[in-house]
Ligand binder design. Sequence first.
Ligand code: SF4
Length: 174
Amino acid sequence: MLRHSLIDKISPTLIKQYSYCPVIVWMQVWLSVQEPLTDSMAIGKESTKPPEGRGQLYISTNKGATIIDEILEKDNHKVLVERKAYKSHNYSRYVEQVVTSYIIIREKIPGIRKVRLIVQGSERELELSEDLIKDIENIAKLVEETMRSEKPPAIRPDPKKCVSCWYKRYCPHY
Ligand code: SF4
């Protein structure tokens, strides 16, 4: 059954999963399947907790909900910090995820001009340009279209991804 509440708001996790494979997003909505938390995911969550005294923030707005690792004050602006325990072959997924969080919170927490990704201790800062934000908003529209469609996305599966994909047991393309 289609979960409309998911469609009304954008989700950083869904944006990241869509970038990995759009079929995953479709299956989560239409087949109501969800990968359980693995040991490595749990270890990753634990290892990316913010430093002592700087707790994570759960922020919910009319755009969606997200968990923010940290917001730093720097000169005359703010920096949104996202930590990742593992490197990814597709770094842009992490960028899409953190920019989605920014889109969710920007009206509630004004003054954020940059995002800082800390992946396995290696830092990279990105300016929140209009183009970057527009790109992510466009991906959010594609996610919404995928969630609304009764048919799974017509993609050509990538065997390298499929072999390690938990969702392959339900996947219409596998
Ligand atoms: S098995 Fe392959 S096509 Fe299916 S959801 Fe996973 S990655 Fe995508």
